[in-house]
Design a protein around this ligand. Structure first.
Ligand code: AVJ
Length: 344
């Protein structure tokens, strides 16, 4: 994609360069890795939407049920506290198609008459769908979307008027990061907020054997290895993307999807396991030099971590990033937690 001029709001590093960089970097690691944001090309974003509707994938519908039950309280509490008294502006990190956010936006409109909503995501197609759905269904919302990598780029926080910000980081997106990286992501967010602004964080809960005894490793595994094979297709699609974007020559039938529960690290891991000894090439192109990678049969690419939290772990994470928990809500089965925290 030849591009010689940049609008001011365009990232200087193109998505294609970033894909090439991440692929060469991750596949040079031992063990091999690929960063999960690579999943979210157009097809990957659609497959993820399908995942959220699978019977095994309890996360989305559970978080949605928490929003439905508590949106009123969540938004009232976010509007309390120190700082300017103006309306809440909602910003969302990793918004995707923002289907669940509608519940919170509709409640914000009920409470304050109108709301500015600023979704940020790496997927342009997902954002386009998000604003189309919201504009069509929730009058009173002004959408200002931004295609950006929120882990590296500044958030679109323009405080021309007296508003306070409610940052939404929902859907267990934080679970993709190691504990150290999660802290950095939240610190980076905190640095762009003012005291009195708030964060709403959605986290999947770890099996505790106690309050959520029905949440077993088997239930977790099924959520990441569904019977219909949608998660497998989602995982394998990252190789299709590298073939298309970089001209790589991955043969998809030579890899298989594998999910496992790592209790020590409290995370689900997704891998792409090589079914043969094989060599894969990325040709020299604008994104980098020619690159060859060898796989032994049984060797895998670690494509995703999905961390599961205890309530104290969420609180510690927030504390370490300059937030203070003010309240949290869980579903009756304690599968998922939504935590409100104030920037301190
Ligand atoms: C979007 C990161 C929350 O970890 O559950 C779903 C991604 N991967 N199925 C998750 C995902 C496989 C999802 N997050």
């Amino acid at each position: 994609m030849p591009s010689t001029t940049f609008a001011l709001d365009e990232p200087v590093i193109s998505t294609l360069d970033a894909v090439g960089y991440e692929a060469r970097l991750g596949l040079s690691n031992n063990p091999k890795t690929l960063t999960p944001w690579l999943f979210y090309d157009e097809l990957g974003s659609h497959l993820f939407e399908q995942i959220t509707e699978l019977p095994e994938y309890y996360l989305t519908r559970t978080e949605r049920s928490i929003f439905t039950a508590h949106a009123d309280e969540i938004l009232r509490e976010a509007a309390l506290g120190q700082g300017p008294r103006g309306k809440l502006t909602l910003i969302e990190l990793g918004a995707g198609t923002a289907t669940k956010t509608g519940i919170l936006l509709a409640e914000a409109v009920r409470q304050q008459g109108s709301v500015v909503y600023q979704p940020v995501d790496v997927s342009e197609t997902a954002l386009a769908e998000a604003s189309e759905n919201i504009l069509a269904n929730i009058p009173g919302v002004a959408v200002r979307s931004q295609v950006a990598d929120y882990t590296r780029e500044a958030l679109p926080l323009n405080r021309l008027v007296e508003t306070r910000t409610l940052a939404l980081y929902i859907g267990s997106s934080i679970g993709n990061f190691t504990p150290e990286d999660a802290k950095d992501v939240l610190r980076n967010l905190r640095a762009q907020l003012l005291p009195g602004d708030t964060l709403l964080l959605g986290t999947d809960l770890a099996p505790s054997g106690g309050s959520n005894a029905n949440k077993t490793a088997a239930m977790l595994l099924a959520a990441y290895d569904d019977a219909a094979g949608v998660t497998a297709a989602f995982n394998l699609n990252v190789l299709t993307r590298l073939n298309r974007d970089l001209g790589a020559d991955f043969v998809l039938r030579n890899f298989r999807h594998r999910a496992c529960w790592n209790p020590t690290q409290s995370r689900i891991e997704m891998h792409l396991e090589s079914l043969a000894d094989q060599r894969v090439h990325i040709p020299a192109n604008a994104s980098g030099p020619a690159f060859t990678v060898d796989f032994a049969q049984g060797e895998s690419i670690h494509t995703e971590n999905s961390y599961k939290f205890t309530a104290p772990a969420v609180e510690d994470l927030l504390d370490s990033a300059g937030f203070k928990r003010t309240n949290s809500w869980q579903d009756p089965q304690h599968l998922f937690a939504v935590t409100l925290a104030a920037a301190v």
